[in-house]
Design a protein around this ligand. Structure first.
Ligand code: NAX
Length: 328
């Protein structure tokens, strides 16, 4: 029997946590042959609810689930972690400026990055879901100098999946026949969903749609503002779809992308496509042998260039702001 993989989930008592943990425990994160041990990390106020979720996980009698530990201490929560899903974050509340938000999250992701540095397993893979995800991932990464920077990633897979679905609706082609779509930049309203290299049923997506007005005025804003639309409709932010995207992200990272396709993930920039080195920005990526690699050599037209630049500029501003606050 295989050694269990330790999976740490922060914000375990939150709504994404509730949608995520059962899927991890059932084997959907790492596959049907990999037993898992769950580590639930919460703040003290969240511990009781996390215990309730752990009771329910027990009650599922998942054959692959080999244990559940609950803690409010990052040094314990990340001990021996092979995969860490950083979901818990400080949300923006009324009257909070961006600086306040970044500072509050720096207080979470700095210490968590340090705890990962000091206690996680050598093969640790980190996915940051909690917003502002890209910059939170950057903060955590900067506090983990002994961990290869590439192990810190931010989630734009939900945006990617939203874009697939919108393009499918427009073209009438099922998502299973859409490839090579890209989310560029920040997981925020400035993100750029790019269909110029995408294929629908083997044909170029932008040429198939052939409608720049739809692209600029419907597709891009619909994908970028989908989170707000979900809140308006559901009275709560995306949870099951966010958990699903987190599962997809890690599953792809571990198992690879299919031949002839790629996905989107926030990864540390190597300077590709003019994105400043070191920023955690969304790119078209393949996953090979447990590593994400930025897809190289794509031609970027003017329409795309200005939108990528706008989103990357926002990431630069966030990085500069957390730098000035002494958070990185
Ligand atoms: P909830 O408020 O339901 O849950 C958050 C949980 O995190 C709470 O139980 C809280 O006690 C816990 N928490 C707070 N600080 C913590 C810390 N320092 N250590 C451990 N746990 C801590 O939020 P939920 O709806 O689950 O969303 C979680 C995060 O995901 C939010 O930041 C949200 O903005 C972000 N999202 C990111 C998405 C993405 O695509 N990257 C999409 C969905 C979601 O909006």
């Amino acid at each position: 029997t295989r050694t269990p993989v330790n999976v740490t989930v922060t914000g375990a008592a939150g709504q994404i946590g509730y949608a995520l943990l059962f899927r991890i425990a059932s084997g959907q994160l790492l596959g049907p042959d990999t037993p898992v041990k769950l580590r639930l990390l919460e703040i003290p106020q969240g511990l009781k609810a996390a215990e309730g979720t752990a009771m329910e996980l027990d009650d599922c009698a998942f054959p692959l689930l080999r244990g559940i530990d609950i803690s409010d201490d990052p040094n314990v929560g990340f001990d021996g972690a092979n995969v860490a899903l950083l979901v818990g974050a400080r949300p923006r509340t009324a009257g909070m400026e961006r600086g306040d938000l970044l500072e509050a999250n720096g207080g979470i992701f700095g210490p968590q990055g340090k705890a990962i540095n000091d206690h996680a397993a050598d093969d640790i893979k980190v996915l940051v879901v909690g917003n502002p995800a890209n910059t939170n991932a950057l903060i955590a990464q900067k506090h983990a100098p002994d961990v290869p920077a590439e192990r810190f990633t931010a989630m734009t897979r939900l945006d990617h999946n939203r874009a697939l679905s919108q393009l499918s609706k427009r073209t009438g082609v099922p998502v299973s026949e859409i490839r090579k779509l890209t989310i560029w930049g920040n997981h925020s309203a400035t993100q750029y969903p790019d269909i110029f290299h995408a294929e629908v049923a083997g044909k170029n997506a932008a040429e198939t749609v052939n409608d720049e007005k739809w692209l600029a005025e419907e597709f891009i804003p619909t994908v970028a503002k989908r989170g707000a639309a979900i809140i308006a409709a559901r009275g709560a932010s995306s949870a099951a779809s966010a958990a699903n995207a987190a599962i997809d992200h890690v599953h792809t990272w571990v198992n690879g992308t299919p031949e002839g396709d790629w996905t989107s993930a926030g990864v540390v920039s190597d300077g590709s496509y003019g994105v400043p080195e070191g920023l955690i920005s969304s790119f078209p990526v393949t996953a090979v042998d447990g590593r994400f690699e930025v897809v190289q050599g794509l031609e970027i037209n003017d329409f795309s260039r200005s939108r990528i630049d706008a989103s990357v500029n926002e990431l630069v501003e966030e990085r500069d702001a957390v730098g000035q606050l002494g958070l990185i």
